[in-house]
Design a binder for this molecule. Structure first.
Ligand code: UDX
Length: 455
């Protein structure tokens, strides 16, 4: 309490606004707004600059001020699931938004009632470092994924493009990982990708610090290496979503019928299936997923996002008679209240694309996973889950109904699944403890607040 009063006092003395700028993807908006809430609870006043595209639902955050900036995108722009197009999109945003961002920030700095202590932007908004330098405002970056995946980016020029002959080889210093786990995606312009990554890394080194939605207990062994490569302050204060009840930053309406359907199922019997907000699958794969789930005989809750198969509206591509055949045993929605689903006692496993938010949300609820990563850090996350923490099964061969059925049985029925359940319970306890007084993230957040006030 004395410490809290200390901050309050210091904040009154110095003023304490923070400006945050998220990348407009669901998987990046969620942790940025969670971080904003965490900082707000510590007494900072919060201003959010955001693109018009995928703008957050401001009504859910009456305690923040929002400042939209033009982004050059049409209102009906749809983010592709092709990693090459996503990469091009992020580059486009960086160059298109730099000037509007500068104008907005400089205006905010001259008119804000609270002096602004610092700017927090997603690490991928690399053009904001030059703006921060010009305006003499310290910039701290938020990395929405884990430490290891960012360390891998620093070695990108040696890893990219990956030679086929090396793909399966273990990485000598990190034998749980293979070179292919670090390869991110097959770039159509490898040189352009490496150059982009290099810029992101350089602009991060030029920043005042880095915040991770991760915790020391998960990634202790990579921190020393990270600190020597990045001689800037680093704060692991995650998992962010555990600071408050379920998040309200969903861009799509969450279908609450999931919860009443889960209420009718047996404890730990349901397999929850979702591939996040961006990853896509082919039409043939959708059919294999459908038959794999049907043949497993387990109850399932499946998020079929509109556009999950490119161009699809929703479930029209499912085989004729499929929905009638599975009946009450399956529930399909466009978008779920994922954190509530994972918390529900009927949920027994999560078949996931291993986005970092999904991974953390599942770990924190002790739900073991079936991993089907698509690109980027998801490959690293999947390997963490299956080979480092050993709390899930990596579906590595092509998506095929027999393989799916086998994986579900291994996880839901066989002793191997119970062992994973036991291990993830231990991890869950660790994750929850790190946010409590004396825990690593708790301490790190204290340090972050003190640091922000000292800038
Ligand atoms: C992306 C990348 O894929 C991921 O690897 C990176 O770490 C962050 O950005 P995304 O693919 O959307 O994110 O996955 P993920 O990180 O898991 O984030 C999805 C978020 O949407 C989660 O917070 C999840 O709770 C939420 N969600 C997902 C829902 O609210 N409802 C759903 O039906 C599915």
């Amino acid at each position: 309490m004395a410490e809290v009063l200390g901050w309050e006092h210091e904040m009154k003395m110095k003023g304490c606004g923070v400006v945050l700028f998220a990348l407009p993807f669901q998987g990046h908006i969620n942790p940025m707004l969670q971080l904003a809430n965490i900082l707000h609870e510590r007494g900072f006043s919060i201003s959010i600059i955001h693109t018009r595209f995928n703008s957050p639902n401001t009504a859910n955050y009456p305690h923040f001020r929002f400042y939209p900036i033009p982004d050059g995108l049409s209102q009906d722009y749809v983010i592709s699931s092709d990693p090459n197009l996503i990469f091009a999109f992020i580059k486009f945003l960086n160059s298109n938004c730099q000037t509007p961002f500068r104008d907005c920030l400089s205006n905010l700095m001259s008119t804000a009632s609270d002096p602004i202590a610092c700017l927090v932007t997603d690490v991928l908004w690399h053009t904001t470092q030059a703006v921060a330098d010009d305006l003499k405002l310290p910039r701290i970056v938020l990395r929405t994924s884990n430490v290891l995946s960012f360390l891998v980016l620093t070695s990108m020029s040696s890893l990219f493009p990956l030679q086929d002959s090396e793909a399966e080889n273990e990485v000598p210093e990190l034998p749980e990982f293979r070179f292919k786990d670090f390869s991110m995606f097959e770039a159509s312009d490898p040189g352009g990708f490496v150059e982009f990554v290099d810029t992101v890394v350089q602009e991060t080194k030029a920043s005042s610090g880095i915040i991770y939605n991760s915790c020391e207990d998960l990634e202790e062994e990579y921190l020393t290496k990270f600190s020597s490569d990045f001689p800037i302050p680093i704060f692991l204060i995650g998992p962010f979503h555990r600071y408050f009840p379920a998040s309200s930053s969903s861009l799509l309406p969450q279908d609450k019928t999931c919860i009443s359907w889960l209420d009718k199922q047996q404890p730990k019997s349901v397999i929850y299936v979702s591939f996040g907000s961006v990853a896509g699958i082919k039409e043939t794969e959708l059919l294999e997923v459908a038959w794999g789930l049907a043949n497993s005989k387990q109850p399932f809750l499946w998020v079929v996002r509109p556009g999950l198969v490119q161009g699809s509206k929703w479930v029209e591509l499912l085989p004729n008679g499929f929905l009638e055949m599975v009946g009450e045993r399956g529930h399909i929605v466009k978008w779920a209240p994922q954190q509530e689903v994972l918390l529900h006692p009927s949920t027994g496993a999560f078949w996931t694309h291993c986005g970092w938010n999904s991974t953390l949300e599942s770990l924190c609820e002790g739900v073991p996973m079936i991993c089907q990563p698509s690109f980027g850090d998801q490959n690293i996350d999947a390997r963490f889950i299956s080979h480092v923490w050993r709390v899930g099964i990596h579906l590595e061969s092509k998506i095929e109904r027999g393989e799916i059925e086998k994986a579900i049985r291994r996880l839901m029925v066989e002793p191997e699944g119970q062992e994973m359940r036991d291990r993830i319970e231990l991890l869950k306890d660790k994750m929850n403890l790190c946010l409590k007084p004396g825990g690593s993230s708790y301490r790190s957040l204290d340090n972050l607040v003190t640091y922000m006030l000292s800038l």
